[in-house]
Design a binder for this molecule. Structure first.
Ligand SMILES: C[S@@+](CC[C@H](N)C(=O)[O-])C[C@H]1O[C@@H](n2cnc3c(N)ncnc32)[C@H](O)[C@@H]1O
Length: 275
């Protein structure tokens, strides 16, 4: 891997020193079981939170017997939601070791460790055999990845033929974004593509689009709703990303409202390897 792929900078951005200890302090007595819904303010690290995960799961056709891989799983909120809602098994991988440690801790606290597990790994070198999963999710991760051809080829490799790749991402719309942003404090670790360029990168890896949605207006409505609701809940992503998270999120909202960034939901079917 080259030094221009940004992985070291991305790891540093999500470095989150002492994250699990901070979460322990914020979440109170260890013997109290937590629910995925109660954690949603801090463990759904993407635009439109839990609602976006629920919609993506429906579009991807997840059911109890679906083997799911969540790539760039963060602190594991989407994986826990899927396991709790559908009864499926979910494997999550993330580049950030502190996020994986926190994901395991939160999964214990929600009693879901039998169904959900996490490993520290790069999306560009997934530690799994080929054709292992029915669905691969990628939510708000591709913006951190320069080598999209390799990323989407890895998704395809680990999917069974006919499996689904479901992605929910921030995309370039018009004009340069303002930084810092939730996934990158500077442009050095941000590798945004337009929606059209994303599709042009995904399809040659062996995928056919099943669903393609511009969710920018839905994101604008969500941002307006958050503003109207006043101060954030006490359990929010500041606990994960630090005290400047409000500024990072405000810049994302500004970029979306100024038409610089958009939000894309897409689901693709994996073609058979030899087609
Ligand atoms: C904005 S967060 C989204 C987390 C999660 N998908 C969610 O929606 O809650 C981006 C995540 O992608 C992870 N990530 C970025 N680049 C990665 C890579 N090359 N391999 C694996 N994970 C990566 C980061 O560590 C971070 O946890």
């Amino acid at each position: 891997m080259t030094t221009t792929d940004g992985l070291a900078g991305v790891r540093e951005h999500y470095g989150a020193t002492g994250l699990t200890e901070r979460l322990k302090a914020a979440l109170g007595p260890e013997d109290r079981r937590l629910t995925p819904a109660e954690l949603a303010g801090l463990d759904q690290f993407h635009t439109r939170g839990l609602a976006a995960t629920a919609e993506l799961a429906t579009l991807a056709g997840i059911a109890a017997d679906t083997a799911v891989l969540d790539v760039g799983a963060g602190v594991g909120g989407p994986a826990r939601f899927l396991a709790a809602t559908y009864g499926c098994r979910v494997m999550g991988v993330d580049l950030s070791a502190p996020f994986v440690e926190a994901a395991r801790y939160l999964t214990e606290r929600t009693g879901l460790s039998g169904q959900v597990s996490f490993e520290t790994a790069s999306a560009l070198a997934l530690p799994f055999d080929a054709a292992r999963f029915d669905v691969v999710l990628l939510q708000h991760v591709a913006m951190n990845i320069a080598d999209r051809a390799r990323l989407y080829a890895e998704m395809r490799r680990v999917l069974k033929p006919g499996g689904r790749f479901a992605t929910f991402d921030v995309v370039l719309a018009s004009g340069a974004p303002h930084y810092p942003l939730p996934w990158a404090r500077t442009p050095a670790t941000s590798f945004l593509l337009s929606a059209a360029a994303t599709r042009a990168a995904v399809e040659p890896a062996g995928f056919r689009a099943l669903a393609w949605q511009d969710d920018t207006e839905a994101a604008k409505a969500w941002i307006a709703q958050l503003r109207a609701a006043g101060p954030p809940p006490s359990l929010n992503l500041g606990a994960v990303m630090g005290p400047d998270f409000g500024q990072l999120a405000a810049n994302l909202a500004r970029n979306i409202s100024e038409g610089r960034l958009g939000i894309l939901t897409a689901v693709f079917a994996a073609a058979s390897i030899d087609t």
